[in-house]
Design a protein around this ligand. Structure first.
Ligand code: G3P
Ligand code: CA
Length: 252
């Protein structure tokens, strides 16, 4: 896959809207996605799980309990049932009627804007489920506008075998002993640590960038942290507040 253009320390990172513009919209909803595009986010981050009948849908948790008015494990529910739940009213009555989007709906919406997609495929997904999600990207002709990321190494392996041209990102909540070697083993163009993990060894940004590996750090919502990670030279800032981050960058 194409290697990322790496930043110098102080270069402004791209904006990646975490679960859409989730500070002011229900996370992972089409409303959150549209608002992130409108705010000027270069990437919109979403989370994908697959339903019992094999349909990739967009929500964060393994269950629908927190972010809808339904209950149950998404992997045990069929898509028609999941799409019948309300996914907006838990956040605010103003969003009553928002649904759990299918991944196909998000790809359709992407076609109306210029934001790229930071597609997190949640584990543990089977090889067939990952291939199905990847195939939707390929069928939409959007492989040049998607980065696939996961905490699950198997997900990255399955994605790579299906579509090696799509860049991969490895998510980590703690740093590997040798992040460059880990990224290279998994063919990952990006190594995406939590802010707290990156703070334990900030020099890994320089090491990864020197190897041509990009870094998107998550989930970073304060101006103090935007400054700190921008000064390290990260390529992307994953934030719940994309509008504020776009404004912060304009003021630098
Ligand atoms: O994009 C990084 C971040 O989304 C990973 O954590 O739990 O929000 O999916 P989580
Ligand atoms: Ca995520």
């Amino acid at each position: 896959p194409p290697r990322p253009v790496v930043n110098e320390p102080g270069d402004l990172p791209v904006t990646a809207a975490h679960r859409g513009y989730s500070a002011v919209n229900p996370e992972n909803s089409l409303a959150a996605y549209a608002a992130a595009m409108k705010a000027g986010a270069e990437y919109v981050e979403i989370d994908v799980h697959t339903t019992a009948d094999g349909v990739p849908v967009v929500l964060h948790d393994q269950t629908v309990d927190r972010t809808t008015d339904g209950t149950g494990d998404v992997a045990l529910l069929d898509a028609a049932t999941v799409s019948g739940f309300d996914a907006g009213s838990w956040f605010s009555p103003a969003f009553t009627g928002e649904k759990v989007p299918t991944f196909a709906q998000v790809l359709d919406l992407m076609g109306t804007g210029s934001s790229d997609l930071l597609l997190e495929i949640k584990g543990p997904e089977t090889r067939a489920e990952v291939h199905r999600t990847v195939d939707l990207v390929l069928d939409a002709g959007l492989e040049d506008r998607v980065v696939i990321q996961s905490f699950d190494e198997n997900v990255l392996t399955y994605a790579y075998e299906r579509a090696p041209q799509i860049p991969l990102g490895l998510l980590r909540g703690t740093l590997d002993a040798d992040p460059v070697a880990t990224a290279e083993r998994l063919h990952a163009a990006y190594y995406n640590p939590s802010g707290s993990a990156l703070a334990t060894r900030p020099s890994v940004v320089e090491d990864l960038n020197a190897a041509g590996v990009g870094v998107f750090v998550w989930t970073i919502d304060s101006a103090a942290d935007w400054t700190r990670f921008t000064d390290l030279g990260v390529e992307g800032m994953i934030t719940n507040r994309p509008g504020a981050f776009v404004g912060w960058k304009a003021a630098q």
